[in-house]
Design a protein around this ligand. Structure first.
Ligand code: CMC
Length: 435
C-alpha cells in the first residue's frame, strides 16, 4: 500500500512573494505528512528538525506505532497477538515478506534460515583478536562487520536473490556470533549451532551448553527467549534502523550496514538501556533509596536519567513493557524464584515514578528496557550481554527495513542538510601575521 495525496498545504514566506503548495500525504493509519521535497526549489529554504522529532524519513509498510495510544503493529498485527500466538521465525517471515506464512512456506523459511547459522571457520580466528573482557557489543560490531569480507564479491545489492540470501545469513548468523562473544569472554569452547532445535532453543543451547554435560532445554526459558525476540524484532525508524537505512542508501554491503546498526543500538539512550537499567537498580539498591534517586533524576543540574523510562514516540505505556512485566512474573515463578528483590524494586520504582508530577507531566512511562533486564538476568544472561540479545532480535527488523528501502524505486542516497552556524567565508592568514 502506498501513500495517497489528501490535499495540500500552502506556505508563503513572510516578507517575500514566494509561496509553494506542498502535497499532504496520508498513510493507512497515523498522522498525515506534508511532502517538503520541492520546498527548497520553490522557496529557497530548508526545514530544521534536529533529532528528527517531526520528520518522516521514508514511507514504510512494516511497523506502525501509535505512541499516544501505546499501540505497536507488525505488518498490521498487534504485538500482543504475536507475542501470545506466534513464534519468532514466523514473525521474521512476516516482517520480511509482509504476510503470515502458510504451513509449508513456514517450513521452507525455517529450513532456509537455519541452514545458514554456521559461521565460516575463518571467523573463529577473529575472536582471538579481542581482549577477553571486551564488551560483547564491541565484538558484535567487529565480527558482524567482518562478515562483509566473506560475502562481498558475489553480492549484488540490486539483485533480489542476493538480498534474500544476505537477509537469511544475517538472521541465522548473528545469534551464533552473539553466543560466541559470550563463550569467548567466559573462556569456554564455542558451541556449534543445531538445526534440530528452534531458533530460540538453539540460541540458548549455543549460549549455555558446555561439552562436559548434556544441556537440557527448559521449555519455559525457550518460550521466554522467543517472546523477547518477538518483542524486539522491529520498531520502525528508530536510531539503529535509520542508521542501517542511511548506510544502506549508499549501496554499501548489507553486513557492514548491520554492523553500523549494532553500533547505533549500543548507546544507553537506545538498546544499551536494558544494561543501564540493571546497573541503575543495583545502584539504588533498596526501595528506601528510591526517593533520593528520583530527586537526582528531577534535578536539572544532574545528568541522571530514570533508565527504561521515556520514549521519543510513546507518550503512554510501551505495550512491550506490559508484556515483559507479565513474562517476568511467569519466568520467575517457573524458576522457583519467589521473591526477586530486583523485580520488587523495579515495580516500586515504577509505581512511585508514575505518580510523580515530573514523569506524569512529561508523559514518561516504562519502555521495553525497564523490565527486560530482569527477565534476562533470571534466565542466566550476564548484564553485559543484554544489548547483544537486543541486536540478535533486531537483526530481522534491520534487514527487513534495508530490503524495503532497496526495493523502493524512489530510493536515493540519504543526505540530510544543515543550518550552518560557523564562520562565513574568510581568508587564510599566514601564522607569522596572526596576532
Ligand atoms: N528520566 C528523566 N527525565 C527524562 C527521561 C528519563 N528517562 N526521559 C526524558 N526525560 C525528560 C527530559 O529531560 C525532558 O525534560 P524537559 O522537558 O524538562 O527538558 C523531557 O522528559 C522530554 O524528553 P526528551 O529528552 O525530549 O525525549 P527524547 O524523545 O529526546 O528522548 C529517550 C527519548 C528514550 C532517549 C529518553 O526518554 C531517555 O533517555 N530515556 C532513558 C533511556 C531509555 O530508557 N532508552 C530506551 C528507549 S526504548 C528502547 C530503544 O529505543 O532501544
Amino acid at each position: 500500500m502506498s501513500a495517497s495525496a489528501k490535499g495540500s498545504v500552502t506556505i508563503t514566506l513572510d516578507g517575500s512573494n514566494k509561496s509553494t503548495r506542498l502535497p499532504l500525504l496520508s498513510g493507512t493509519v497515523g498522522p498525515d505528512v506534508f511532502d517538503i521535497r520541492k520546498m527548497y526549489a520553490d522557496l529557497g529554504v530548508f526545514t530544521y528538525d534536529p533529532g528528527y522529532g517531526a520528520t518522516a524519513s521514508c514511507d514504510s509498510s512494516i511497523t506502525y506505532i501509535d505512541g499516544d495510544a501505546g499501540i505497536l503493529l507488525y505488518r498490521g498485527y498487534p504485538i500482543e497477538q504475536l507475542a501470545e500466538q506466534s513464534r519468532f521465525l514466523e514473525v521474521c517471515y512476516l516482517l520480511l515478506n509482509g504476510d503470515l506464512p502458510t504451513a509449508s512456506e513456514y517450513r521452507n523459511f525455517e529450513l532456509g534460515v537455519m541452514r545458514h547459522n554456521m559461521l565460516h571457520e575463518q571467523i573463529r580466528t577473529f575472536y582471538n583478536g579481542f581482549r577477553r573482557d571486551a564488551h560483547p557489543m564491541a565484538v558484535m560490531c567487529g565480527v558482524v562487520g567482518a562478515l562483509s569480507a566473506f560475502y562481498h564479491d558475489n553480492l549484488d545489492v540490486r539483485d533480489t536473490e542476493s538480498r534474500r540470501i544476505a537477509a537469511f545469513r544475517l538472521i541465522a548468523k548473528v545469534p551464533t556470533i552473539a553466543a560466541w562473544a559470550h563463550k569467548y569472554s567466559a573462556g569456554q569452547p564455542f558451541v556449534y549451532p543445531r538445526n534440530d532445535l528452534t531458533y530460540a532453543e538453539n540460541f540458548l543451547y549455543m549460549f549455555h551448553a558446555v561439552p562436559t554435560e548434556e544441556y537440557k532445554i527448559n521449555p519455559v526459558l525457550s518460550k521466554a527467549m522467543d517472546l523477547i525476540l518477538i518483542l524486539h524484532a522491529d520498531h520502525e525508524q528508530n536510531a539503529s534502523t535509520s542508521t542501517v537505512r542511511l548506510a544502506g542508501s549508499t549501496g554499501a554491503n548489507p553486513f557492514a550496514c548491520i554492523a553500523a546498526g549494532i553500533a547505533s543500538l549500543w548507546g544507553p539512550a537506545h538498546g544499551g538501556a536494558n544494561e543501564a537499567v540493571l546497573k541503575m537498580l543495583a545502584e539504588i539498591g533498596h526501595t528506601r533509596n528510591i526517593k533520593a534517586f528520583l530527586d537526582d533524576v528531577k534535578d536539572k543540574d544532574n545528568q541522571t536519567k530514570l533508565m527504561g523510562f521515556g520514549h521519543r514516540v510513546y507518550k503512554n505505556y510501551d505495550p512491550r513493557a506490559k508484556i515483559i512485566q507479565k513474562a517476568c512474573h511467569d519466568v520467575l515463578a517457573e524458576l522457583g524464584i519467589k521473591d526477586d528483590p530486583l523485580l520488587d524494586l523495579a515495580m516500586e520504582l515504577e509505581k512511585i515514578a508514575l505518580s510523580d508530577p515530573y514523569f506524569v507531566d512529561r508523559k514518561l512511562y516504562p519502555n521495553v528496557d525497564f523490565y527486560s533486564g530482569i527477565i534476562l538476568k533470571a534466565m542466566g544472561f550476564p548484564t553485559s550481554m543484554f544489548t547483544a540479545l537486543f541486536a540478535v532480535a533486531r537483526t530481522v527488523g534491520w534487514v527487513s527495513q534495508w530490503t524495503e528501502m532497496m526495493e523502493d524505486p524512489q530510493q536515493r542516497i540519504g543526505r540530510p542538510r544543515q543550518l550552518y552556524t560557523g564562520a562565513p567565508r574568510r581568508d587564510y592568514v599566514p601564522v607569522s601575521q596572526r596576532g
